[in-house]
Design a protein around this ligand. Structure first.
Ligand code: C2E
Ligand code: MG
Ligand code: MG
Ligand code: MG
Length: 281
């Protein structure tokens, strides 16, 4: 690289290495600004209830609409937000924004589905997490039962007693809790009997091959049966093919999400689908 940079320049490091911390720092600063200046945007992915054919929930998924780079997916900035603590502010923005959207839909009388918001383990561990959630809902003047919080097993494992207390506070005001990416965590199943949860979301990695892998099918089926025994809603994530859908119907899965139905889309696009009756709730 030294040569490429011209003969008078001395370059000891590979560009890609030396520029890494600077990029990180720049990105951190930019992300901080992005939260404040409304560069973040929520997309929504519908969750279909198989028995009724209705959309019962919309999962809010954040994107960063970067002025130069365009739409950046969450995998490229959520980890940084978690490392720097920005996730608390980002997470509050997501909650506020989902509430505002719900309010608009409610006032327009168009979309009655619940809204699911992803909660990072770092955000969940924050001491004021439950207070923040309550406060944001209060400010929105919405009845809290429209809201579902998707947490992962890693949120739960730190301090069981504390986690139960937080979840019970939230469910006491009508918020639902689902376990996202179920089946890929390292936790025991013990928590399922102590926690006020309503829904298991089967991780996409199991659903992916249910139509041609016996083990994935067996695991998915077992999770569905477990969910029924515990009286929970079961969501299959990442359903892309009709053959997967058929199996999920046979195995009595209750709800699905995935590209087969719709990828995450903007609020406007979603509204158009409901208004044209292509989706119903
Ligand atoms: P997740 O909560 O498990 O969300 C599902 C991810 O799978 C989404 O990716 C979605 O676009 C993708 N997906 C849905 N259907 C299909 C499908 O049929 N095939 C495939 N291949 N993928 C599908 P996305 O939006 O890029 O989000 C990735 C992850 O980022 C989420 O996983 C979640 O963990 C995190 N995330 C997204 N938004 C937020 C947020 O507001 N807050 C927090 N803390 N995390 C978020
Ligand atoms: Mg999720
Ligand atoms: Mg998931
Ligand atoms: Mg995930």
């Amino acid at each position: 690289t030294a040569k490429r940079n011209g003969k008078n320049r001395v370059c000891f490091y590979d560009d890609s290495l030396s520029s890494m911390p600077i990029d990180r720092l720049r990105m951190e600063t930019e992300l901080c600004k992005a939260i404040a200046t409304e560069q973040l945007v929520l997309y929504y992915q519908p969750r279909l209830e198989l028995a009724s054919g209705k959309i019962i929930c919309l999962e809010a998924l954040v994107r960063w609409n970067h002025p130069v780079q365009g739409i950046i997916p969450p995998a490229e900035f959520i980890p940084l937000a978690e490392e720097t603590g920005l996730i608390v502010e980002l997470g509050n923005w997501v909650l506020r924004s989902a509430c505002e959207q719900k309010k608009r839909w409610q006032e327009a009388g168009i979309i009655g589905a619940q809204i699911a918001v992803n909660i990072s383990p770092v955000q969940f561990q924050d001491l004021s997490f439950a207070d923040n959630v309550k406060q944001i809902i209060e400010q929105s003047e919405l009845v809290p039962d429209f809201l579902e919080l998707e947490i992962t097993e890693s949120s739960i494992m730190h301090d069981m007693d504390k986690t139960v207390a937080i979840l019970e506070r939230l469910s006491a005001i009508g918020i639902s809790i689902s376990i996202d990416d179920f089946g890929i965590g390292y936790s025991s199943l013990n928590y399922l009997k102590h926690f006020p949860i309503q829904c298991l979301k089967i991780d996409r990695s199991f659903v992916k091959n249910i139509h041609n892998d016996q083990s994935d099918l067996a695991i998915t089926h077992a999770i569905i049966n477990l969910g029924h025994s515990l009286n929970l809603q079961i969501v299959a994530e990442g359903v892309e093919e009709v053959s997967q859908l058929e199996i999920l119907k046979e195995t009595k899965c209750t709800t699905i999400q995935g590209y087969l139905l719709s990828p995450p889309i903007s609020a406007d696009e979603l509204e158009a689908l409901f208004l044209s009756d292509r989706l119903v709730c």
